[in-house]
Design a protein around this ligand. Structure first.
Ligand code: ZN
Ligand code: MN
Length: 504
């Protein structure tokens, strides 16, 4: 048993993708490149202005509450959290203190670990984002080295709705913390309430880490503003080592707030840990407390789609996929939908052709596996090359299922299938028509292949000699040559028989 065990709690901030900001009508546009255009007196913090609540943002947090099985509080309100920093023009952030929208909740992260684990949540609340600080480097005139010239402030982000989700100190390893954040990111994307793109700063983490000795509880250290999974992982690992060293040498660990240095890969002390009273929270006098009866909870609950864990479970039962395959599909809702639609097309086709009832899971398993493999390798390879996502695909699930049928019925070779995919994407035409138009069907009649086989035998005397000496891979070599000659259209089985016959 390890001497020190870590306890980790997380605070996750996610920008909501509403049309407008949290308390004003300015556009909430994360793609706006020009600084300080989506601003008004309210989100610039001018005195005397009145904020108004964005109802869509509250509804998004209620949906998140349903998705994590939390309790929607009967009443909730906004509070002022006072602190002074250049990114906060009012001198306070409108947040929620003692009456958040959602209480409790949990996220099951078992699918991402090799063991069952449910992370308990403390709360989910709503607040406003701060402005973005841009630290501008410029070359030093004397040395030519880059140094900080000054800090600019972009208020486009100021007042963007920000959801904050707080877990209980319920995780006990780096793996659990990373798995939790990844699953939460996926849930937010399924809900469509946040793009949760870390690279664009739409999701950020604060991690509370304490190492306790087996007999006593540890001191809590908070590492703020972790903006990638790698930073989260690095900060937790670093803190575990740093605190273990302190405990072993009998030094006292200070309760404090630290930051992550992404270049040196260390955490650095920033200030002693704030207590809630440091923020002098008090109810926001310009906003009324809200009551859940002002929201259509039934409607919002119904608007929660099938979530990743439910999808994994259903796909497992319906399609007999491995855990790894389930995780791959669930990671992208568009991909999971495409897969499911293509499989049901395979089934419909089976029923049309045979007049029988849909096949049972194990009889259809081979074509489902074939479909998964082509989707995961060839189709996704093409999409990556052309930088497409599933919504931009001209290849319909129906046409993709047809392609899989043609492969499994040996009407086309896998080489031809590879060539067909970009053509299907370009034209949106179904694979049968393309094969007919371009004469790409698999050639299986011996008569049509004899000439090619003979030509390959004449052209490759060394391989023929090897074959006669009994070298097994010489035959594969000859078949490969013939396939190249036939542009992938020859039936390899028939070619194999032909070579064996002609070289006997
Ligand atoms: Zn504004
Ligand atoms: Mn916050």
């Amino acid at each position: 048993m390890p001497k020190h065990s870590p306890t980790i709690g997380l605070e996750v901030h996610a920008e909501l993708c509403t049309k407008t900001k949290m308390f004003c009508d300015c556009p909430n546009d994360p793609d706006e490149k020009h600084p300080n255009v989506n601003v008004c007196p309210i989100c610039l913090g001018h005195p005397g202005v009145l904020p108004a609540i964005n109802k869509k943002a509250v509804e998004s947090v209620i949906k998140a509450g349903f998705a994590v099985n939390g309790e929607i509080n009967k009443e909730f309100k906004f509070d002022r959290k006072n602190y002074f920093y250049p990114d906060l023009p009012k001198g306070y952030q409108i947040s929620q203190y003692d009456m958040p929208i959602v209480k409790g909740g949990e996220v099951d992260i078992s699918a991402r670990l090799n063991e069952s684990k449910i992370v308990k949540l403390n709360r989910v609340h709503l607040e406003e984002d701060a402005a973005r600080l841009m630290h501008e480097p410029s070359p030093d005139l004397a040395s030519g080295e880059q140094r900080l010239a000054g800090t600019l402030i972009d208020f486009n982000r100021s007042g963007v709705p920000l959801m904050e989700l707080v877990t209980e100190p319920d995780m006990h390893s780096v793996e659990e913390a990373v798995a939790f954040t990844k699953e939460l990111q996926l849930i937010l994307r399924y809900l469509g309430i946040s793009e949760a793109d870390l690279e664009r700063g739409q999701m950020r983490f604060d991690a509370n880490i304490s190492l306790s000795e087996v007999t006593s509880l540890g001191i809590k250290v908070e590492v703020k503003n972790l903006n990638s999974f790698a930073a989260l992982e690095g900060a937790i690992k670093y803190e575990m080592e740093r605190q273990a060293e302190f405990l072993e040498s009998g030094k006292e660990i200070k309760q404090e707030t630290r930051g992550w240095d992404d270049i040196k890969k260390i955490t650095v002390s920033q200030r002693s840990k704030e207590e809630a009273h440091d923020y002098r929270y008090f109810p926001e006098p310009d906003l009324p407390p809200l009551d859940q009866s002002g929201f259509d909870l039934n409607f919002l609950k119904l608007a929660v789609p099938e979530l990743p864990n439910d999808k994994r479970k259903r796909f497992k039962e319906q399609f007999r996929l491995s855990d790894e395959q389930l995780n791959i599909l669930a990671e992208d809702r568009g991909e999971a939908d495409f897969f499911e639609n293509a499989v049901s097309e395979l089934e419909a086709d089976f029923v049309r052709r045979s007049g029988l009832r849909p096949p049972k899971a194990d009889t259809k398993a081979t074509s489902v596996q074939l479909l998964f493999n082509y989707l995961n390798s060839d189709l996704k390879g093409l999409m990556k090359k052309q930088e497409l996502d599933f919504s931009e695909l001209k290849i319909t699930p129906d046409n993709f299922a047809d392609l899989i049928q043609m492969i499994s019925k040996n009407e086309i070779s896998s080489r031809v299938a590879k060539d067909l995919l970009p053509k299907m994407q370009e034209s949106g035409v179904d694979p049968k028509t393309l094969v007919e138009n371009e004469g790409l069907g698999q050639v299986s009649e011996e008569g049509a292949l004899e000439e090619t086989a003979a030509k390959v035998i004449v052209g490759n005397p060394k391989a023929v000699e090897d074959y006669k000496k009994g070298k097994g891979n010489a035959l594969q070599f000859l078949i490969g040559k013939a396939m190249a000659e036939l542009k992938g259209r020859g039936n390899p089985e028939v070619l194999k028989n032909l070579f064996e016959k002609q070289l006997r």
